[in-house]
Design a protein around this ligand. Structure first.
Ligand SMILES: Nc1ncnc2c1ncn2[C@@H]1O[C@H](COP(=O)(O)OP(=O)(O)OP(=O)(O)O)[C@@H](O)[C@H]1O
Ligand SMILES: [Mg+2]
Length: 224
């Protein structure tokens, strides 16, 4: 088991209303899993992903990563985020002043690797994602699909145990969307990379081994 989220709850309290987003959400991720999460807008998918990725804290419930209980404030959280978890968001969040390669090496530099070694690794992954001709382009010189593939490369560079992707194709046209989905499926198949992907695309979600729907604060298994 790489990750186990147990009975997570999360409530947002605004001045005028209380929103119980997660009520009893549990999810297990095992080596090589390809998991999708769908659900209505505002049902809590991003919240769930952020909690599992140690970017946000639940009100109650437990999170275990490789058997170790962790939370976003744990001393080890920054290291776990950098080393064990990768993130891809709907908007790529690449740094505009850095080239594709320079964006991809950042998590490796943060982990303390030599730049020359990181550059070799980044080029290897970018080439694997079909971007061999694009190493030195800036984000604004890349198509939407290419930008998302660069952010996928950045998420993969430290060989994380899990990659979380929050609507990674939500901002793309069908052709580029399909291109990114193919990459994700290939990485899962060929490198056994575990993914948890949030998507609105039910057809894409069905391609995962395990498919969950977040309804009323709980994750219901739909397939798998
Ligand atoms: N920081 C916050 N403060 C108050 N309410 C919040 C906060 N973050 C999220 N919410 C509310 O919690 C609910 C769940 O938000 P979340 O972003 O997890 O939904 P989602 O399922 O990812 O939606 P979408 O499909 O539109 O991205 C929403 O109703 C949202 O308005
Ligand atoms: Mg969301």
């Amino acid at each position: 088991m790489i990750l186990s989220a147990r009975h997570l709850t999360k409530t947002y309290i605004d001045s005028d209303q209380t929103i119980e987003v997660l009520k009893d959400a549990s999810l297990d991720v095992q080596t090589g899993n390809m998991i999708s999460i769908t659900g209505k807008s505002g049902c809590g998918k991003s919240t769930m992903l952020h909690i599992m990725g140690l970017l946000d804290a639940p009100d109650s419930g437990e999170l275990y990563i490789c058997g170790e209980r962790v939370h976003s404030e744990s001393k080890s959280a920054p290291m776990i985020r950098n080393r064990d978890l990768g993130f891809v968001f709907q908007f790529h969040y690449l740094i505009e002043d850095l080239t594709a390669v320079e964006n991809v090496i950042l998590p490796m530099l943060i982990a303390g690797n030599q730049e020359s070694h990181a550059r070799l690794k980044a080029k290897e992954i970018l080439a694997l994602l079909g971007l061999a001709e694009r190493f030195n382009r800036y984000p604004n010189q890349l198509s939407g699909g290419e930008q998302q593939r660069v952010s996928l490369a950045r998420a993969l560079i430290n060989q994380p145990k899990i990659v979380f992707a929050d609507e990674p194709t939500g901002n793309l046209d069908p052709v580029h969307s399909n291109e990114v989905w193919e990459m994700i499926m290939n990485l899962n198949r060929e490198l056994n990379q575990a993914f948890v992907v949030v998507t609105h695309d039910v057809e894409a979600a069905n391609r995962a081994h395990k498919s969950y729907e977040l309804i009323d604060g709980r994750l219901n298994l739909k397939k798998g």
